[in-house]
Design a protein around this ligand. Sequence first.
Ligand code: PXL
Length: 277
Amino acid sequence: MELPARVVTIAGSAAGGSAGIQADLKTFQELDVYGMSVVTAIVGKHPETGKNVHPQTIEAIEAQFSTLNRQVGMDGVKIGMLFSKEVIGTVAHLLGDSAADHIVVDPVMVGKMGSQLLDDDAIDKLKDELVPMAEIITPNVPEASLLLGGRSLESVEALKQAAVDLHQLGAGNVLVKGGRLTGPAVDVLYDGHKVTSFTAPRVDTVNTSGAGCTYSAAIAAYLTKGTTVEKAVLEAKRFVTTAIEYGFSYTEIVGPTYHAAIRKSGVAHEIKVETIG
Ligand code: PXL
């Protein structure tokens, strides 16, 4: 039997299981790649102190990376929450010294419930050191806006311009995700030559926690398996849109997307792909 491709997520642990490392590993499993992880921070709110982000030490991050790199090796990488400038520098250094390929950078900054997942002073470091290593970056509207110095993005036309401008930062491809706008969920991909849009109908649900993590993890899985960038985005959007359609919650709190949705329902969502520039 052929061994599965190896993908590592370098991201935060989301205790509730919907986002971060937990969403990434569930996605990897569904897409039949071998998942590994480097936990950069633990996210979970202390009931008394209210403290929500518990960063891991640089030593712990280096130890995790070194272990998986020596014991297993890696074919692809998904980067999520890094939290601080120091961690960004460490991860850039570790990846630069490794044979890592297919690097997907999800520039995670603020959680859906408002948790700050990246220090304010770390955005420039992310732009300078990690974005240029990426085969693709996957900002949502608020993240693209912050990466562009606070530009407002309110239309597909603006997303298109944002993707073109963000490409200057040095990533191979830029996917600006328009899920936070109203109307259909339109994401815009720029590969340096061509702009492509990926459109799904809006799913009427609040249970979308971890959708961005799931999307970028799925892109990393497909790229690592050898698909083109356009096909990886298409298949990943089918995966995440179907997961959102079957999203659920065990409580009153916004719940997860359902990673097993395609496997359980046997049907993946249709996505419209168009060249728009
Ligand atoms: O969905 C963004 C995100 C990423 N990573 C971690 C998170 C969250 C949102 O809460 O907790 C670890």
